[in-house]
Write a protein that binds this ligand. Structure first.
Ligand code: ANZ
Ligand code: ZN
Length: 821
């Protein structure tokens, strides 16, 4: 052990020494055979963009504090780290810097790994994963093939943003004001064939599972619930007059069916398309609609437009004839892609009907309204009017009644719809995991045989500014058909990178397993006990991860139902009130602060400056403050250690008021800090409490051996309590305090509840005026308590034995005199 006796704080020396100790002692190497309850803590892994940013530092400092605490509490801890390494930015950077996406990515990983190591995070680096490694993505390909076999992966045509100049598919965020971000060409909607995963098969379970996620933030669960968007109602068939065909609509309000005054189809509804092929003005309208955004949020605010067709639909309940329209506000991908328009009771239909002068027919009146004469829009539930046999029913009963009736006349069924769509996983990009499919003219779509996995993404070629690189590498796409042996071609689409991040948490448990996706270690470690990351992943990433976890469970790879028991979402790091970003030029680089102040200062600043779920405003003076505090701690401990080492402390010896007050403060602080670490995770308050304790300590003067022992107890505990936050300097100070073991092997201390007893006083106990004992008791002890207690004291018993107690004189908080016969 090399204790630095040097009295000035050098973050560089201290941090190097602590890090090399943890690494040589294998402190953070996780082993499922270790004793203790398992604790799997995971922070969302980074995209290897080049350098760690302050958001990473914040996220990972929180995670690291928690695992260090849990480890000291005896838990068997796993905290892994890896790289979400595929994705478009690598291709863009490669084009810009004239390199290769693989080269760029691996270089960044190496740099960022170095930076994370400098921060001293307790990762089990033996489990490191880079998702762009074939060892990793081969299991993703394997799982995809299992899903394909089960019908849970399928190919279908869907609409994409197409850049006609770059000849490439664009992600929504690459379309800026309707133009391609690089070509500036007007973006078109195109239909292409893409791969989908059938997440909708799990919609109900994903929704229901939210009820069991007690340790997730409510707002995240609400966002997921809305995204899944369950809606119950009826699917109703309207006959199309004179054709023998029907149009199916989905409605959540079958009780309003008598108020239907038109039918509206989505512009790409199959019937609308059929019509647009025959009628130029309809084609003009639908083409125009196809150029617009199809995001639901945009549709809600868009001016409602439509075109009337020559067709008439017949209301199955009252036989009324209503016109069929095509309207821009109907989504093709929701429900049946067609609606019954009820302008009196639906806001969108109301706007549409007003614009085109369609009848507004009231069929629901509010429960509290006397007259049936209502005008305008009423979207609530109420009592049915103008609805034939259903008049007088309340909406909920009418929904039942109407649905029942529709069923009887075979014109409708009860239906549950979800807003959730199947997950499109195809990307027409190079830097992603290849989709393991082969197309043969004779055999059709052929899955790559398991033995031929992984389908390795070629990295040895000149990377150029081509729209779809894999389509230009014949060595990659030309293959023999696994079925018939004839020439065939590979799928050149790659997986959406959300696929990789949907199962990495499970793979960390057995990252070195070469023969299968997951082994029995996955069942030991999963589910993740605590998952920490940004709120921006509240919907997609977390939903996909929950889905794939259930898929893996159903493949027999896991037994748990959910991947993450507790979710913690940390706030953003801001500079001058806004998000740090390159374009704003307000990025603060962690590396500069590691170099100038050390990792501990950066960690302390991050953890102290705001509650972890809230936004944190970057402040250089805050960083200075954190650094000063560490220096002060360093000096305080060294000053104490200069005196000879104390004997161990016995609580019976603690006598003076100063000693008791200090110990009370210490154990109150310990209680608070333990509570923060255990449950609430508001580290800023824990740190503030320790700072206060140090202030109290600094007013304490050491005059005796017992004083010294109390001082030692305080500093030992201060160092332990701060160790999850500033692990390096506390590692060094622990040795300065005279301990031979490493701080990470120390147990988290127990609160001395006795020391916390509020305001104790020492009572002089007399028998017949002679001092016989001194007794410590709480100030607010009642007379009854005091008497009961005093009679049990040996010294008192000795002097009253065989005598009759005549009187007890009590001077509160000072003296008791027992007068005997
Ligand atoms: C008639 C009606 C009357 C409706 C009424 C609502 C109120 P939620 O509850 O969100 O699931 N709708 C159905 N499919 C649609 C589509 N593809 N594009 C746009 N709108 C669609 O919404 C279900 C309601 O949204 C359905 O019930 C339908 O309008 C509309 F007083 O039918 B309703
Ligand atoms: Zn074939």
């Amino acid at each position: 052990m090399s204790v630095k006796t040097n009295n000035t704080y050098s973050a560089r020396d201290v941090e190097q020494e602590a890090q090399s100790y943890w690494s040589s002692a294998k402190t953070f190497l996780a082993d499922e055979n270790n004793p203790g309850e398992k604790f799997y803590s995971l922070c969302m892994f980074p995209y290897p963009s080049g350098n760690i940013h302050m958001g990473h530092v914040r996220n990972y400092s929180i995670g690291d504090a928690i695992i260090r605490y849990q480890k000291m509490c005896g838990k068997n801890v796993l905290q892994p780290m890896g790289w979400d390494a595929f994705g478009l930015p690598a291709e863009n950077a490669a084009i810009k810097n004239n390199t290769h996406p693989a080269f760029w990515t691996y270089k960044n990983i190496n740099n960022m790994r170095k930076q994370l190591k400098k921060m001293g995070y307790g990762y089990d680096w033996s489990r490191e994963i880079a998702t762009c490694s074939p060892d990793y993505y081969r299991w993703e390909q394997w799982l995809f093939l299992r899903l394909y076999e089960k019908g849970l992966a399928y190919k279908k045509k869907s609409v994409v943003n197409w850049d006609p100049v770059d000849e490439t598919v664009l992600a929504n965020e690459q379309v800026i004001n309707g133009r391609g971000w690089r070509s500036d060409a007007l973006v078109e909607k195109r239909e292409i064939s893409q791969w989908f995963l059938k997440i909708t098969d799990y919609a109900e379970e994903l929704l229901d599972g939210l009820n069991h996620l007690e340790e997730w933030p409510v707002q995240v669960k609400t966002m997921q619930k809305n995204w899944i968007g369950k809606s119950t109602g009826a699917q109703v068939s309207f006959k199309i007059k004179g054709t023998g065909n029907t149009v199916e609509v989905f409605t959540s309000r079958p009780d309003t069916i008598f108020g239907c005054s038109f039918i509206a189809l989505a512009p790409d509804h199959s019937f609308a398309r059929e019509l647009s092929e025959r009628e130029p003005d309809i084609k003009l309208f639908t083409d125009k609609c196809m150029q617009m955004s199809t995001a639901e949020s945009d549709l809600a605010t868009l001016t409602k437009k439509g075109i009337q067709t020559d067709y008439i639909a017949i209301n199955p309940l009252n036989g009324e004839e209503v016109p069929i329209w095509i309207a821009n506000y109907i989504l093709s991908s929701y429900g049946t892609g067609a609606i019954m328009g009820v302008p009196a009771h639906d806001e969108r239909d109301h706007e549409f009907a007003c614009f085109y002068n369609l009848p507004v027919k009231h069929v629901i009146k509010p429960v509290d309204k006397e007259s049936a004469n209502i005008e305008g829009l009423f979207t609530g539930k109420g009592i049915l009017i103008n609805s034939g046999e259903f008049n007088g029913l309340v909406s909920d009963d009418a929904i039942e009644g109407v649905t029942q009736k529709l069923r009887e006349i075979k014109a409708g069924t009860r239906e549950t719809k979800y807003r959730l769509r199947d997950w499109g996983v195809s990307r027409q990009r190079y830097w992603g995991a290849p989709i393991p499919i082969i197309y043969c003219d004779d055999c059709g779509t052929v899955p790559v045989p398991e033995n031929d996995l992984p389908v390795v993404l070629p990295e040895e070629f000149e990377f150029t500014d081509k729209s779809n690189v894999l389509k230009n590498i014949p060595e990659f796409y030309n293959v023999k058909c696994p079925c018939c042996g004839k020439n065939a071609v590979r799928e050149t689409d790659t997986f959406d990178t959300f696929v990789e991040s949907s199962w990495y948490s499970a793979r960390f448990t057995c990252a070195n397993q070469p023969n299968m996706m997951l082994d029995e270690r996955a069942n030991y470690w999963t589910p993740v006990d605590l998952y920490i990351g940004g709120i921006e992943h509240a919907i997609l990433h977390l939903l996909y991860a929950r889905f794939i976890h259930k898929v893996m469970r159903d493949e027999g790879l896991l037994t748990s139902n959910e991947p993450f028991v507790r979710l913690f979402t940390q706030g953003m790091v801001l500079k001058d009130g806004t998000k740090m970003s390159k374009s704003k030029g307000n990025v603060v680089n962690p590396q500069d602060y590691i170099d100038n102040y050390g990792a501990d200062t950066l960690r302390l600043f991050m953890m102290f400056s705001a509650p972890p779920e809230q936004q944190l405003e970057w402040s250089d003076s805050g960083v200075d403050g954190a650094h000063r505090f560490i220096n002060k701690l360093w000096n305080t401990v060294h000053r104490h250690a200069e005196h000879s080492m104390p004997k161990t402390i016995h609580s019976s010896e603690i006598g003076t008021l100063e000693q008791k007050n200090l110990r009370r403060k210490l154990h109150e602080t310990l209680k608070k800090v333990t509570d923060v670490m255990e449950t609430r995770l508001n580290f800023n308050t824990a740190i503030a409490a320790v700072m206060e304790l140090i202030n109290t300590y600094s007013k304490f003067t050491v005059n005796s051996e017992t004083d010294k022992a109390v001082a030692q107890e305080v500093l030992d505990n201060v160092v332990i309590m701060l160790s999850p936050i500033i692990p390096h300097v506390t590692h060094a100070l622990w040795h300065v305090l005279g301990h031979d073991n490493a701080l990470m092997t120390e147990e988290w201390p127990k609160v001395d509840e006795l020391a916390i007893v509020q305001d104790t006083v020492t009572i002089a106990v007399q028998v017949n005026g002679k001092l016989r004992a001194q007794h410590l008791i709480s100030v607010d002890a009642s007379e009854e308590m005091l008497k009961a207690k005093l009679f049990t004291l040996k010294e008192v018993q000795k002097h009253i034995a065989g005598k009759i107690v005549k009187r007890i004189i009590i001077i509160p908080n000072r003296l008791v005199n027992i007068v005997t016969s």
